[in-house]
Design a protein around this ligand. Structure first.
Ligand SMILES: [Zn+2]
Length: 170
């Protein structure tokens, strides 16, 4: 029996396996995204130094992704010791990985981390559009559903005045 409350160790491969179950569109954050963002007076600014854990994209569309901080350290390929950082996710801009939300969602590395990670990702997708603005008219973006084929997309709340829309992939 797995102790559900006990701290879990996992490798990079084990973590990636869970991400693949969430989405077929997973990408590793390459060197271009090796920098991180931190809050300074309420604004996201580039943090000094490089990210020392593996981070991943879950692609949603050409504007937004879910950025996943695995807590798996680079080089050793093992999760950090107990008491250090948890898994974190945040909705971020695809262009520069800058968070489009005020804060990260934390997933503790207990026995239920796999299920919790999936749950938090689906919550983030469900809230997509909240606090996001239309790049054309600056009105709110909404997650909408196509009435013909039932597919989801992101569209401007001021439609039909503004017809901005984006594909939604995950
Ligand atoms: Zn608009």
């Amino acid at each position: 029996m797995v102790n559900k409350r006990k701290y879990q160790e996992f490798s990079k491969d084990e973590f990636e396996k869970v991400l693949w179950e969430i989405s077929p569109v997973v990408e590793f954050f390459g060197d271009f995204y090796n920098f991180d963002w931190q809050k300074d007076k309420g604004e996201w600014v580039k943090a000094p130094g490089m990210i020392n854990e593996y981070c991943y994209f879950l692609a949603l569309n050409s504007d937004v992704c879910i950025k996943v901080y695995s807590s798996v350290k680079k080089i050793v390929d093992l999760s950090r010791p107990s008491g250090e950082d948890a898994i974190r996710i945040v909705l971020a801009s695809t262009a520069d990985a800058k968070p489009v939300r005020g804060k990260f969602t934390i997933i503790k590395r207990t026995g239920t981390w796999r299920r919790n990670l999936k749950l938090r990702v689906s919550e983030a997708i469900g809230s997509l559009g909240e606090n996001m603005e239309c790049p054309r008219c600056k009105n709110r973006i909404l997650l909408k559903r196509n009435s013909i084929d039932n597919s989801q997309f992101l569209g401007c709340s001021s439609f039909p005045k503004c017809d901005y829309k984006r594909k939604f992939i995950l």
